[in-house]
Design a protein. Structure first.
Length: 202
């Protein structure tokens, strides 16, 4: 039977955790009631996510949504990761009912309605994400005044920076649909209706 981890199991009923971990033992199929981000600092491993297996290498990273079965196997001897666990309301209370990265992206807070995240693996070739995570680790370790706000802003920056790498769905290849999406994204906080939107689009 697959393992299910609760907030109490892994986060001690907190909403955020961040650690650097060197562990070469296999992580068998499991799911959890929080979002997980794994960044590979060194080594490699096989990651199975929703039944698809990919090899992760140094500077690769990925997010795992709530209630999504995944595992890590065949870890190399030098396998080391930065492990970030969080519930979306850690970023902002308005995200309390979000359970996936896509939910966060489509929230009113961010407003990237046309982007879908589905276990994508990102490669941090310029190590900017690694640098941001290392700043978060330092803040989490020292816990100076305002450290949670610093970590929240860094985490949000990582998510949005990463999503820039995802290709927008097939509808976005249609210039008219893309214009409507862009206009909606730019004006989502306004009380617009279809008539007003039509006027803006001529």
């Amino acid at each position: 039977m697959d393992t299910y981890y609760t907030i109490a199991d892994f986060l001690n009923n907190n909403v955020f955790s961040l650690n650097k971990i060197h562990d070469i033992s296999d992580v068998f199929p499991h799911s959890h009631e929080f979002i997980e981000m794994v960044y590979i600092l060194s080594g490699s491993a096989l990651h199975n996510y929703k039944g698809k297996t990919v090899q992760l290498h140094k500077n690769d990273y990925t997010f795992i949504d709530y209630n999504t079965l995944h595992s890590f196997t065949n870890k190399s001897d030098d396998f080391c990761v930065i492990h970030c666990l969080f519930v979306p309301e850690f970023i902002d209370i308005s995200l309390k009912n979000c359970h996936t990265v896509s939910d966060i992206l489509k929230s009113r807070l961010i407003g990237l309605f046309s982007v879908e995240y589905d276990g994508n693996v990102f490669c941090d070739t310029d190590e900017k994400i690694k640098s941001e995570l290392e700043l978060m680790l330092e803040e989490f370790k020292l816990r100076k005044f305002g450290y949670t706000q610093m970590i929240r802003s860094s985490l949000l920056k990582i998510i949005v920076t990463s999503i820039r790498e995802i290709k927008i769905d097939a509808y976005s290849n249609n210039p008219l649909i893309q214009t409507v999406i862009d206009c909606t994204n730019d004006n989502y906080v306004k009380n617009n209706n279809l008539t007003m939107l039509s006027k803006q689009l001529n």
